[in-house]
Design a protein around this ligand. Sequence first.
Ligand SMILES: [Zn+2]
Length: 316
Amino acid sequence: MYQIGIDIGGTNIKLGLLDEALELVAHSSVPFPHTTAEDMAGTVGAGVRALLQAHGAALEAVESVGAVVPGSIDASGETVIDAHNLDFHDVPLRRLLAAQFPGIPVRIANDANGAALAELYRGAFVGCRTAVLLTLGTGLGGGIILGGRMFNGGMNHGVELGHAYLVDGGEPCTCGNRGCMESYCSATALAREGRAAMRRAPESLLWQKAGGSEAHVDARLVTDCAKAGDPAARAAFNVYVEHLSSACASVFNILDPEVLAIGGGLCGAGEFLFEPLRALVSRKCFYDTHGKIVPALLGNDAGMIGAALLGRDAEG
Ligand SMILES: [Zn+2]
């Protein structure tokens, strides 16, 4: 039997086939159609049938279908309330997908939650009962594993780690509030610190590499220049790590997870990020015996693998 995982993004939809050993045995990608949600469900249905056919498997061999989206899901697990990148608002996604797979259970979830589930079965959280994933990208996604299962909030609204307050009256956030973890700990936030540092230091390496253009400053450039020893980039990076460590320390103080994993492109910074982060978190945590901070292991496939595991999680 197979489990199908679907990661719906604003550019591509990733489709994956997991076997009973939870190995990803086949996968493909189709462009996200920017038309209607019904069209999108049709595209997914056709894509999955093609994937199964190429693998020599029948739809009858599919045990469950899971899909994740970068957005919020209603408490009943039926509807995408808001997924801005997909332009999905109150879309009955579960029902639309179920129509493509008659007789097969279909589940939907937020992509960061799915990624945490993938880490639990296949990645950094294997063997854990309590773990937290923070994915640092354009925004900040978070997923919590509690008692060995995906935790979707006490009232099933979902967890919004990215919108936990970090700085009172701070930088504006995409959610309309100010000072959220997302507005200080996302890759976008590091790029913002980098632009500010560049303005203060017009002859810096950061300034030279960006050709003096703020539009060319992203998290990766700031990190690379900081690694190269540029004082301006290093100052920006240090401010960023200080905020990220405060966020991580709060996570440890609230949930006492065995492992906190950091995902997203910034992980590529490796120990340049993790070493100072661990030192600052240890200073800020209530218990100095807190859990580990590690890079997430599954990268870009995490959402797709987690989506396929939604059926497994529901059985748990
Ligand atoms: Zn926010």
